[in-house]
Design a protein around this ligand. Structure first.
Ligand code: ZN
Length: 82
């Protein structure tokens, strides 16, 4: 799995804003200040036990991008079509 695949996979389960990450499945939120703690999903969430550290996952993915390929920089530098 490439870093881009991992990033897309991450975004399929999480939504991130300036300082919080939200589970797309149960809507639980975690502030960046609490990123060293386990993410608390709703007990009915399908990610309840599977994905409990979204900030660390995101950090690992962005670190992988920094090491391997520039695709994220190219895509973010592309001008918006109008
Ligand atoms: Zn959840």
């Amino acid at each position: 799995m490439t870093p881009l695949d991992r990033l897309l996979n991450w975004h399929s389960d999480w939504r991130v804003s300036s300082s919080t990450v939200e589970c797309r499945h149960c809507g639980a939120l975690q502030h960046e200040d609490a990123k060293s703690e386990l993410f608390e999903h709703d007990p009915t969430c399908k990610l309840y036990q599977a994905r409990i550290n979204p900030w660390r996952e995101l950090h690992e993915i962005t670190t992988a991008f920094g090491r391997s390929d520039p695709v994220i920089r190219e895509s973010s530098a592309r001008p918006a079509s109008s």
